[in-house]
Design a protein around this ligand. Structure first.
Ligand code: LMR
Length: 394
């Protein structure tokens, strides 16, 4: 029977991870998958997380099931982290999921359950797995313009013109901060215009926030999500703890459904619980428990915030260094956008041929659409990358 299966296209980001591993050159540089690396190339466990893990090892007495939505304390802590006091807690249904990807998948499932004909508007470009999951679920996608190849900023006019085509029953997928793959983001004035458009069209927003704390700070990065959630009748928010807590393999995320009142919340919560049960039953607990411990203990929380701030500042420093090195080598400001972008990624805006040249001639790995992971750099590799970019003629 299984001979009838179709070969599935390999995930480009994961394929790149493997190609990098297989490359014998010791000068190779991995700027592919979105994983934070410190100056020595390691992805460390944050001290606050390790301390929580230690405490958990001492204190945990059972591995019995939690609830279908996970431990409610995790939901409370994460809703507070993402939404602050922007909306009443009583209006937010929430369920723990296996990673931010799990939250995205469950969100799409909820959309399809509510409206099988829903179209999901996706930024062009977006995280490739958004497209892959939507395709797999046979949900119709409508791309909207996002990246301006000239300025390497947001093509806001194009975006608004395309989103104006959305209507009630459609969903607009937005990146809460640190847009993946481009690094180009809306400012708050533009977010206000997006809110006005959402209210005008009646389309439902779904916000993917996977990098809170990696751009301009924990609250600044959540500001757009909070604005949208407090302005529209309903929205979905998929949050990831992989990056800001550095717990990638623990698969820790939360899907939130924000509504206007307690009865809508009850219906949403029931749906989230049901979908978890159908897809994997209880969500993983270990990472969620660590996050809860970190967020609810004053000492662990301040330690974590300081560590996250150091990660964020190191990425900003690398952006500045790369932009100025490229300015020096090229004698122009055409790479200044790298210092303007925020989050883990920047899209260089060059061709797949140039990306391949960087790989073949310099052992520099980045995704084919010219997305580079800033956190894969360090102060020694920045000048090497800058020289390679100029050498291949980008
Ligand atoms: C990325 O975009 O590199 C990360 O979100 C990792 C992944 O799962 O693709």
């Amino acid at each position: 029977m299984f001979e009838t299966l179709k070969e599935q296209p390999a995930d480009k980001i994961l394929m790149l991870m493997q190609a990098y591993k297989d490359d014998p050159r010791d000068t190779k540089i991995d700027l592919g998958v979105g994983v934070y690396k410190d100056a020595s190339g390691n992805t460390p466990i944050m001290h606050a997380v390790k301390a929580a893990e230690h405490q958990l090892w001492e204190a945990e007495r059972t591995k019995a099931y939690t609830g279908l939505a996970g431990d409610p304390a995790f939901g409370d802590a994460m809703v507070a982290l993402v939404l602050g006091d922007a909306v009443p807690r009583a209006n937010v249904a929430a369920a723990a999921t296996p990673g931010g990807t799990g939250a995205v998948r469950q969100g799409f499932d909820m959309i399809r359950s509510a409206n099988p004909a829903a179209r999901v508007f996706v930024s062009d470009p977006t995280w490739p797995n958004h497209l892959s999951i939507l395709r797999h679920m046979e949900i119709e996608m409508v791309p909207y313009r996002y990246f301006d190849d000239e300025t390497r900023g947001v093509d806001f006019d194009g975006m608004m013109a395309d989103l104006a085509q959305a209507k009630k029953g459609d969903v607009i997928l937005l990146h809460g901060c640190c847009h993946n793959p481009t690094g180009a983001n809306l400012n708050m004035a533009q977010w206000k215009e997006v809110v006005a458009l959402l209210l005008k069209t009646g389309a439902t927003p779904m916000i993917d926030i996977a990098y809170q704390g990696f751009g301009d700070g924990l609250d600044a990065d959540a500001a757009a999500t909070r604005l949208v959630a407090s302005s529209v009748p309903e929205c979905l928010i998929a949050a990831s703890c992989s990056k800001n807590f550095g717990i990638y393999r623990e698969r820790t995320g939360l899907l939130m459904a924000v509504s206007q009142d307690a009865s809508a919340r009850k219906l949403n919560q029931g749906t989230l619980n049901y979908l978890n049960r159908q897809n994997f039953s209880f969500p993983p607990d270990h990472g969620a428990r660590l996050v809860t411990m970190v967020l609810t203990d004053d000492t662990l929380r301040s330690e974590w915030m300081a560590e996250l701030e150091a990660v964020r500042n190191s990425m900003l420093g690398l952006r500045e260094q790369l932009a100025s090195e490229l300015q020096r080598l090229s004698g122009s400001d055409r790479f200044a956008f790298i210092a303007q972008h925020r989050g883990m990624f920047s899209r260089l805006g060059t061709t797949p041929e140039m990306v391949e040249k960087l790989r073949a001639e310099h052992g520099i790995y980045m995704v084919g659409d010219s997305r580079l992971n800033i956190a894969g750099l360090n102060s020694t590799t920045v000048p090497i990358l800058a020289a390679a970019i100029i050498d291949v003629g980008i």
